[in-house]
Design a protein around this ligand. Sequence first.
Ligand code: LLP
Length: 418
Amino acid sequence: MQDFHRQDNELHLEGLALNTIADQYGTPCYVYSRAAIERAYDAYADALGNHPGKICYAMKANSNLAILQILAKKGAGFDIVSGGELERVLTAGGKPENIIFSGVGKTDEEILRALEVGIACFNVESEAELEAISRVATQAKIPANISLRVNPDVDANTHPYISTGLKENKFGVDIKRAFDVYQHAHTLNGLNIIGVDCHIGSQIIDTSPFMDALDRLLVLVDDLAEAGIHIRHLDLGGGIGIQYREEQAPDIQQYIGSIIRKLGSRKLELVFEPGRSIVGNSGALLTEVLYLKPGEHKNFAIVDAAMNDNIRPSLYQAWQKLEPLAINQAQESLTWDIVGPICETGDFLAKDRELAIQSGDRLALLSSGAYGFVMSSNYNSRGRAPEILVDGDKSHLIRERETFADLIRGEHLLESES
Ligand code: LLP
């Protein structure tokens, strides 16, 4: 979070005071640091070094066009999970040959479009999907590169909603069945088997589950080689955690270094699908205190951002650091729950925070760059917040605040009733 720093009492992002940004664009708003995004991407690219492979940014974490454009310009690949994400990344200048397509429910239309533009690989999540890709590829006469997402049955020790590599999860093919499924894939038309992949969960702080998964995948790769199925790339998914509170985020250099060492003499390209660790700590959600409601049991600070802007605290009990934009020296410090205007008890951004605040003060909810804006909604007919990219001492509006016209676009009154 080094790009956020305090200078003369004012919280800054890169070279700009966040209060200046809030004055210009209003609150609530999302702000991101270009430098932070580039540095996080470079950490992966540098760690991979000359080892052949790709860093495919999992764009579900933050799919703003300008952010994709910055990463595409740096040579990033992209991990997509829908036709919408495919069109976004192509619009932003991403190269099809650097795109991998994950997700459990790809439709025929999405498969066809991905084949037509020439993506690098489909990460296949089930036998039924394998059949579908084979059928669509054969009809279109465009061979599909595929990798099987294997569920290695390791516990990633993360929140149950973002853990994906256990056998009770819906993702991937059980590692015990993977060999047979590859053999079956080998007999299907229109498929080139090129990889094996897994993704065991998100916000993972201890890298040992990744290493366990890797060991299991390497056994599979060796067994397949013996059976004449040669795997070209190994994709370990995303999932590397970031520091929200006191947790120590894994060192990317060490993580990728130990993977490369484990490969031994195997000639395998490496693919990674990081999302959160590229953008998470680059961004903040800025909000203004509307009303203070101190009480006997609880003190509530009602702010202008809500669960529709950032659902992570409500959905995952996520803890994100909250910082005042300017330190208020006139107020005494009290313990506050920071809640939004939405009519739900679950509408909160933070609980039990020690803050000296008054109405009109502004706060930054840090670590909001990943799974923040992208998970926002129009619940309670609230327009979604604008997104602003800070680059040195300049700011760029990369997404406008939604207006009422945006909110009702596509809706129709009943003609007969008017
Ligand atoms: N690859 C696949 C196949 C995935 O499903 C995901 C995330 C990623 C890569 C990127 O994982 P990351 O590096 O960001 O951990 N909304 C939740 C996180 C959901 C993650 C879903 N899959 C949250 O706010 O914590």
